[in-house]
Write a protein that binds this ligand. Structure first.
Ligand code: AMP
Ligand code: MG
Length: 329
């Protein structure tokens, strides 16, 4: 039995998990920093301070809930990038402290790879090669993943991430932060064809959402509050459709171009039901396999980190005291 303690502090979740053999989640404590709601987006300095203030509470809760003696764990895995630099630093220093104190190796983990691993926690053994869309608050990337879990980036956003587009549009509609879940909730009975927001037309597999954001801004500029309130479900359904359409279009065209019939979603935006349903419809129609993570593993959490940490543990992918953080992939 191998138990890995995972640590995630790359953005606005302080999370610590204990996972057995890369599959069995013994505990996964996630503390989301709701304080950013006041500002309509994550404030990096506040994020670092909140991680520093709460990481030990989250740690003790994760240990208690797992029922595992900390001396019995095999290694500590920690996200060291990409993410907010001060936030990452808090998690990395905490991991180094545990590593020195308990004489356990620590394993630096890529945040985006950890998101993809959510599908292993959900489905067990996956088939490869996999075409994986990672859409979150900070990333929108398309990868080909091989059976060693090596990722090849084939497309990425050239401006905003999909989650960021949800968050910024929600801010314009005064729907609070994070925007994805509230846009989804309001869109439920809305007409997706009420207004056609633009879908960026980029020839390769890259994404762009800043044009959509501007178009929502212009659209709302000459509308009064009564109109917006009366049509909120239609407006949110229409803009959600524009984001989802672009994501789906790229997954489908990459799947066809590279002839990959195993698809997967990951990251916070993969919790979106419209996105899941539309891709599921496509996969059923074409006979392709689709993996979607359990909702609890979509947004940032440390079970994903401990899971991929187990994989790296077997390859002895250990860090050392010189291991640092990096903010971009
Ligand atoms: P992450 O960066 O992986 O923690 O995910 C957070 C991002 O996912 C934020 O930008 C959220 O707005 C977005 N998000 C979370 N749930 C949903 C949802 N149901 N639909 C769309 N976006 C979502
Ligand atoms: Mg987050």
């Amino acid at each position: 039995m191998t138990v890995i303690l995972g640590i995630e502090t790359s953005c606005d979740e302080t999370s610590i998990a204990l996972v057995k053999d890369g599959r069995e989640v013994l505990s996964n404590i996630v503390r989301t920093q709701h304080i950013h709601g006041k500002f309509g987006g994550v404030v990096p300095d506040i994020s670092s301070r909140e991680h520093a203030e709460f990481i030990d509470t989250v740690y003790y809760e994760a240990i208690d809930k797992s029922g595992i003696d900390i001396n019995k764990i095999d290694a500590i895995s920690v996200v060291n990038g990409p993410g907010l630099i001060g936030s990452l630093m808090t998690g990395l220093m905490f991991a180094k402290g545990l590593s020195l104190h308990y004489n356990k190796p620590f394993i630096p983990v890529n945040h985006v790879d950890a998101h993809i691993y959510a599908n292993v926690l959900t489905h067990g053994n996956l088939n490869f090669p996999l075409l994986s869309l990672v859409a979150s608050g900070g990333h929108t990337s398309l990868f080909i993943v091989n059976k060693e879990f090596k990722t090849e980036l084939i497309g990425k956003t050239i401006d905003d991430a999909a989650g960021e587009a949800f968050d910024k549009c929600a801010k314009m509609l005064k729907l609070g932060y994070p925007g994805g879940p509230s846009i989804e909730k309001h869109s439920i009975n809305g007409n997706t064809n009420f207004h056609r927001f633009p879908r960026a037309k980029i020839k390769n597999f890259d994404f762009s959402f800043s044009g959509l954001k501007t178009s929502v801004l212009y659209y709302l500029n000459d509308k009064d509050n009564d109109f917006i309130n009366e049509n909120l479900s239609h407006i949110t359904a229409s803009l959600q459709e524009a984001i989802v359409d672009q994501l789906i279009h790229k997954v489908i065209s990459a799947s066809e171009e590279f002839n990959i019939n195993i698809l997967s979603l990951a990251g916070g935006v993969s919790a979106n039901i419209r996105l899941r349903d539309k891709l599921k419809e496509y996969s059923i129609k074409t006979g392709k396999t689709l993996y979607v993570p359990k909702l609890c593993y979509c947004t940032d959490n440390a079970a994903n980190v401990a899971g991929i940490g187990f994989m790296l543990y077997q390859k002895k992918g250990f860090g050392n005291m010189k291991t640092n953080v990096y903010s971009r992939k």
